[in-house]
Design a protein around this ligand. Structure first.
Ligand code: C2E
Ligand code: CA
Ligand code: CA
Length: 413
């Protein structure tokens, strides 16, 4: 894209925090603000050579012939539109701008650059307009490289959820399944979430990924129900950033309602670390989930430093034991009392919470777990994560049976 005397670019516009605005002034005012911004940007589009776009929530963009004067005028106009509607909270938009090289083509990764710069602007009160500086002709930082591919992958459907069943150890019945993100690489192969999740988490894009995956999970649940196949409840991973960024409960309730999926088919997993970082917030969140009829699991239990009293005080429904403890099983077979897994089972039992043990890989581990009194597990021994279509086939085949998770039995020793 080149034309003498013109600079092409993308402006990523983040209005600030629409969720807080909606909570403070009401949804109607929030919608009215969005429509005023949309009208203004449509007008910008009508007058010039730039094209305005809306990305959902409070994210807008302008593509086309862009210079600093245009950026500043849009910034001041939008600040004015917000100021007219916000007397007390001091909302302000954050802008990220990406200017293309003369010989560069406009593409999705240009928007990624602009959105990345907008994220940084949002975090920096002194620079609400941030120009993307790290040009791709220089050595880009790794985060950015991943993020850039990641946006493209989402838009092309290369990121999707797989599901890994959770089972009742004694009966083999399926009691649930966890949705796990998968990124199918161009040219074949999968990039494991451990390699890419930390990047969108650091840069705040995790919420886009999670919303996208949750929609697919709920669509799958609704498809099963429509076809008369009883699904198992699916648990989704909710990051602490999701809870900070948007109203997760509202989002999930709406999604369930619009797909006519009863809330009992959905569960959420929140890590122990997220709980420990902000106990009050997580307790409130768990309550919101309960009000919506959604159960909450504490994920990766044992990786933080939860105490018995903390477990007693929080309102979670199910505990998932971190898979890192599994190797301990084989070491301490004789000394049941000093076995960490056994201690965790006792702890969970004392607060009447069911425990799912992650990372179970061998027959021997299953035998030891059974001996220790464990009831539920998730691991390669039973099932590896699989495509949603495969789980549909398994459920429809009648080869697997469905069970449910209940509180620890009284005869636990
Ligand atoms: P997690 O929530 O603890 O997920 C369980 C991980 O254990 C998964 O790794 C799963 O594939 C792996 N696993 C299951 N059974 C076994 C086993 O028998 N042996 C071993 N060695 N591993 C087993 P995965 O899929 O690589 O996910 C890693 C982490 O990435 C997850 O840990 C979760 O924290 C995060 N993650 C994955 N998908 C999402 C997502 O959609 N959203 C968010 N926010 N985080 C996600
Ligand atoms: Ca999890
Ligand atoms: Ca886990």
């Amino acid at each position: 894209m080149s034309e003498p005397g013109r600079t092409w670019g993308v402006i990523a516009i983040d209005l600030g925090n629409l969720r807080v605005f909606n909570e403070w002034y009401g949804r109607e005012k929030g919608d009215e603000l969005l429509s005023a911004v949309a009208s203004y940007l449509t007008e910008v589009q009508r007058k010039g050579s730039a094209i305005a776009g809306y990305w959902g929530e409070d994210d807008f963009s302008v593509f086309g012939s862009v210079d600093t004067a245009l950026v500043e005028s849009i910034y001041h106009a939008l600040s004015g539109i917000i100021a007219q509607r916000d007397a007390s909270l001091g909302f302000r938009p954050a802008f990220g701008v990406y200017l293309l090289n003369p010989d560069e083509r406009m593409g999705m990764d240009c928007y990624t650059c602009a959105a990345y710069a907008a994220r940084q602007a949002k975090a920096n009160l002194h620079h609400p307009i941030n120009y993307f500086k790290e040009h791709r002709s220089q050595e880009p930082n790794n985060d950015f490289k991943i993020l850039s591919c990641f946006h493209k992958a989402i838009s092309e459907g290369d990121v999707y959820p797989e599901v890994q069943p959770q089972v009742d150890i004694h009966t083999g019945k399926l009691v649930g399944a966890e949705a796990l993100a998968r990124w199918h690489k161009e040219g074949g192969g999968i990039i494991p979430p451990g390699c890419f999740i930390p990047v969108p988490e650091r840069t705040g894009f995790i919420s886009k990924l999670d919303k996208y995956l949750w929609k697919q999970v709920i669509t799958w649940l609704s498809d099963c129900l429509r076809k008369g196949i009883e699904p198992v409840p699916v648990s989704i991973n909710v990051s602490r950033i999701d809870i900070d960024e948007f109203k997760v409960s509202e989002f999930l309730i709406k999604l369930l309602q619009s797909h006519r999926v009863p809330a009992r088919y959905l569960k959420v997993e929140i890590t122990e670390t997220s709980f420990l970082q902000n106990m009050d917030k997580m307790t409130r969140f768990t309550q919101e989930m309960h009000d919506a009829g959604i159960k909450v699991m504490m994920d990766d239990f044992g990786s933080g430093l939860s105490s018995l009293s903390m477990l007693r005080n929080i309102n979670i429904d199910i505990i998932k034991l971190d898979g890192n403890f599994i190797p301990e099983l084989a070491l301490n077979e004789e000394e049941k009392g000093s076995n960490i897994v056994f201690s965790m089972l006792t702890l969970a039992n004392s607060v009447d919470k069911p425990l799912i043990i992650e990372g179970v890989e061998t027959t021997e581990q299953v035998r030891l777990l059974d001996e220790l009194g464990a009831d539920y597990a998730q691991g390669y021994f039973f099932y590896r994560p699989m495509k949603l279509e495969l789980l549909t086939k398994l459920l429809a085949s009648g080869l697997v049976q469905r069970g449910s998770i209940s509180e620890p039995s009284a005869d636990f020793d």
